[in-house]
Ligand binder design. Structure first.
Ligand code: FAD
Length: 415
């Protein structure tokens, strides 16, 4: 292949958030070689958080939240191969095979291939009534199908399911959320906050059914008839499946890289092959703040890991040391979580979850390990800084912030 190993620069597989940001950061960091981004989607890199929120509810025609305007990419010299799938990595020749095109040589390769939504086989008989949400295209299609008065089932009371539930309720659809676990957001929030968020949805007219799964599905009179495992039935116009995703790590796996529910990377985003890096939802890192292996699925992580990989490739290695952080917007609530919400040690809180500027601190061995806030982004930013710096808590600081030991019952405290 022409130029292999000589003119080859950085090739990025995945033109989403982490891939696009890596390309931009490389240029800002002074990288002068070629940068090629390969993406299955036809869109240039964009941010996904609006897809379950404003893209569904805005009264205007939604626009995509691009990382950069297309002219800017040309200006900084990043070449996009959109609508193209990378199909294999050849580590011997250092090249990436592309669907329907010649292979592309790399000096360094970055894998930022994200996730694919998990599917539910039992829903196959009603495939024409099923929706998934990952791309802008998915969001536009979903938007056109959420009609006032239509009935929608959201499978999975995770972040995407509940955000779409809030959006669909705003659009006057009849919304039911089906969740296999005993409470919504069970992997992210302690149970007292799950109960609170469930009440918020119920007040908006959303029905949340926990501990239930779809046993079978059939088409009936132009609708989907869902047979629930408690013996009941739901007849609906649309089913959105939001039960999480699986990391797109096939290329890395087939190339023999270390995999552990995602592509394993070190503190610089480097995989088990020193010329191959990974970033974003697909990457599994050792988190130095918490001393555990983690694969994060959040906007902030896509930003941080893109910066980590680009800084290494620009010769200014900065080891990763971030505190996990994500937010979710549901109705007029902004909920933010930093670190780990567990009740290993005393918990402190300010206000009540339904009130504005609710804040809770979670501790372990007298150190702050996690915080959750509703409508208080600044407090969560400060909490992140405290956690990152080792989590040392200052009693006067707690008082100044209005944080007091949890007043709740032992049952609530323990959950
Ligand atoms: P992606 O942005 O998904 O990009 C991966 C890209 O790689 C995709 O375009 C894919 O098509 C492409 N690709 C995969 N395989 C190949 C291949 N073989 N060849 C070429 N291209 C390939 N996070 C928050 O913190 N707060 C939020 O409120 C929030 N809301 C969200 C709402 C929705 C609906 C979604 C889907 C996500 C949300 N997130 C949120 C999460 C956040 O958007 C993701 O963590 C982030 O997009 C991850 O970036 P990524 O680059 O790893 O993956």
């Amino acid at each position: 292949m022409a130029g292999l190993g000589k003119t080859a620069g950085v090739v990025i597989v995945g033109g989403g958030h982490a891939g696009g940001r890596t390309a931009e950061r490389l240029r800002h960091g002074g990288f002068v070689g070629s940068i090629d981004v390969i993406g299955i989607e036809k869109e240039l890199p964009y941010e996904r958080p609006p897809l379950s929120k404003s893209v569904l509810t805005s009264t205007e025609t939604p626009t995509n939240a691009y990382l950069l305007p297309s002219a800017k990419w040309t200006e900084i010299g990043v070449t996009f191969h959109t609508g193209v799938e990378a199909t294999a990595i050849d580590r011997q020749t250092k090249s990436v095979a592309l669907e329907g095109r010649n292979p592309l040589a790399y000096r360094k390769l970055v894998l930022a291939t994200g996730l694919s939504p998990r599917r539910i086989a039992t829903l196959e008989p009603v495939a024409d009534r099923i929706a998934y949400l990952r791309s802008f295209e998915d969001a536009l299609s979903l938007r056109s199908r959420i009609l006032p008065g239509s009935s929608i089932v959201l499978v999975g009371a995770g972040l995407i399911g509940l955000e779409v539930a809030a959006s669909a309720a705003k659009l006057d659809a009849h919304v039911t959320v089906l969740e296999a676990a005993d409470r919504p957001l069970s992997r992210l929030l302690p149970s007292y906050l799950s109960q609170w968020i469930a009440q918020v949805h119920e007040r908006a007219g959303v029905r949340i059914l926990c501990g239930r799964q779809i046993a079978a599905a059939e088409s009936l009179g132009g609708r989907a008839c869902l047979h629930i495992d408690d013996g009941s039935q739901l007849q609906v116009d649309l089913v959105l499946v939001g039960i999480g995703g699986t990391p797109n790590d096939r290329l890395a796996r087939e190339a023999g890289l270390d995999i552990d529910n995602g592509i394993v990377v070190n503190a610089f985003g480097q995989t088990s092959d020193p010329d191959i890096f990974a970033a974003g939802d697909v990457a599994v890192h050792e988190n130095p703040v918490f001393g555990r292996r983690w694969r994060l699925e959040s906007w902030k992580n896509a930003e941080d890991q893109a910066a980590m990989v680009a800084s290494y490739l620009c010769g200014q290695p900065t080891p990763y040391g971030e505190v996990p952080w994500f937010w979710t917007d549901q109705y007029d609530l902004n909920i933010q979580v930093a670190g780990l919400l567990s009740a290993g040690g005393p918990t402190y809180e300010r206000g009540k979850p339904g009130e504005r500027a609710y804040l809770a601190y979670f501790t372990e061995a007298e150190r702050l390990i996690g915080a959750v806030g509703v409508g208080c982004g600044r407090d969560i930013r400060i909490a992140r800084e405290i956690i990152k710096a080792g989590g040392k808590l200052d009693a006067t600081d707690l008082v100044r912030k209005g944080l007091a030991p949890f007043s709740a019952s032992p049952a609530r405290r323990a959950s």
